[in-house]
Design a protein around this ligand. Structure first.
Ligand code: ALG
Ligand code: ZN
Ligand code: ZN
Length: 328
C-alpha cells in the first residue's frame, strides 16, 4: 500500500533530493513547499535556500504582498524537473530546500529589516545562495545588506520593475517599498557602475527622479525598449552592464503587464509579457548570481493564479541559472 506520509522525492546526483515525484504523489496533496521540494529539515544541507518573507508594511498603495510567499508556493506545484529551454535540471546538481517563512514584525519596519538581514546573513554563511519570496519591495534593502556583508564587496543590482524604487521618502518614512535602492546606494552596498533597472515605465513624480536615479548608480532599460529593440538586444545590453562580479537579482512582479500579473500592489500599464521576462532571465547564464528576490505578489488581486504562476516560473528560471553555474 502507498505510504502517503512519504513524499517520495526524486533523487538527483549523490544525496540530493529533488521534487516529490508527481507520478506517485498528487501534486495538490501535502502542505506547500516551493515546487514540492524538500523542507530544510528534510535534508542535511542545502546549496540554495528558498525563504518566504511575508511582509508588506512598506507599501504605498494596495496591501497584501504579505501573502505572497504562500501564493507563490501554491502556484509552483506544476513545475517539472527539466528546463527544456536551458537543457538543465535545476534540482539535480544542487540541493534546493524550502526554509519556510521568517516571522517578521508587521508593526516595526526597522525591526523587520533587521530580522531579514540577520536571518539571510546566517543562511549564507556557509556559501549557500538565498532566493527570497516576498513580501513587498522593502525587503530588497536587508537582502542587499546581507549580500554586501557576506561577499565583502559592492554588488551589482539587476532590478526588474515598472518602478525605479530609488525615491527618497514617503510621509517622511525612509524605509518603504519605493525606496530600497536609494538607501542601498547611500549605504554603499551596490556597484554603481554595474547596476541596472529593466522594465521601467509609467508616470514619475518629476524629471528629477531620473537624474537622482542615475546619480545613485543605475542605468535603465525601459519596458518600451522591448518593443523597439527586441529581447535579444536587451539581453546583450544587460550582460554588458553586469559582467565582472557578483550580481543580485530583484524581480518585482509588476514588471509584467497587469494582464500577465494582476495580483500586485502598484500595477502599471504597458509592461512585459511573461515570455519576455523569462527569456531575459535565461540571458543571465554564466553570470555570478549571488542572491535573488521575487516581490510584490499580492494574491487578493490575482485571478486564476496568473501572477502566482508567473512568479513561480521566475523562481524556476533563477534556480536554473544557479544550477547551470554550478555545473561549470
Ligand atoms: N515597489 C513597488 N512595487 N512600487 C513602488 C511604488 C511607489 C509609489 O507609490 O510611487
Ligand atoms: Zn514595482
Ligand atoms: Zn518595486
Amino acid at each position: 500500500m502507498t505510504d502517503w506520509t512519504d513524499p517520495g522525492f526524486i533523487h538527483g546526483e549523490g544525496t540530493i533530493l529533488g521534487q516529490a515525484n508527481a507520478a506517485e504523489r498528487p501534486r495538490y496533496a501535502d502542505p506547500s513547499t516551493f515546487a514540492r521540494l524538500p523542507r530544510l529539515d528534510q535534508v542535511s544541507d542545502a546549496d540554495v535556500h528558498i525563504v518566504g518573507l511575508p511582509f508588506d508594511t512598506g507599501v504605498s498603495y494596495r496591501p497584501g504582498a504579505r501573502f505572497g510567499p504562500g501564493h507563490i508556493r501554491a502556484s509552483s506545484k506544476l513545475l517539472r524537473p527539466y528546463n527544456q529551454s536551458m537543457d538543465i535540471s535545476p534540482f539535480a546538481n544542487q540541493q534546493v530546500a524550502d526554509c519556510g517563512d521568517l516571522g517578521i514584525n508587521p508593526f516595526s519596519i526597522t525591526e523587520a529589516i533587521d530580522t531579514i538581514d540577520t536571518a539571510v546573513t546566517g543562511l549564507g554563511e556557509h556559501g549557500a545562495t538565498t532566493l527570497a519570496l516576498g513580501g513587498d519591495h522593502t525587503i530588497a534593502l536587508p537582502m542587499l545588506r546581507a549580500m554586501h556583508r557576506l561577499y565583502g564587496q559592492r554588488i551589482a543590482v539587476l532590478h526588474f520593475d515598472a518602478h525605479l524604487d530609488t525615491w527618497d521618502t514617503y510621509f517622511g518614512a525612509p524605509y518603504t517599498h519605493g525606496t530600497p535602492f536609494r538607501r542601498a546606494s547611500e549605504e554603499g552596498l551596490i556597484d554603481m557602475e554595474r547596476s541596472l533597472h529593466i522594465g521601467i515605465r509609467g508616470p514619475l513624480y518629476s524629471k528629477t527622479d531620473l537624474e537622482d536615479d542615475q546619480r545613485l548608480g543605475f542605468s535603465i532599460i525601459r519596458s518600451d525598449d522591448y518593443e523597439v529593440d527586441g529581447t535579444r538586444s536587451i539581453v546583450e545590453r544587460m550582460r554588458r552592464r553586469l559582467i565582472g562580479g557578483p550580481v543580485y537579482v530583484s524581480v518585482d512582479i509588476d514588471i509584467l503587464d497587469p494582464a500577465a500579473a494582476p495580483g500586485t500592489g502598484t500595477p502599471e500599464a504597458g509592461g512585459l509579457t511573461s515570455r519576455e521576462l523569462l527569456h531575459t532571465l535565461r540571458g543571465l547564464a554564466g553570470l555570478n548570481v549571488v542572491g535573488a528576490d521575487i516581490v510584490e505578489v499580492a494574491p487578493a488581486y490575482d485571478h486564476a493564479e496568473i501572477t502566482g504562476i508567473a512568479a513561480a516560473h521566475v523562481a524556476y528560471e533563477l534556480l536554473t541559472i544557479l544550477s547551470g553555474n554550478r555545473a561549470h
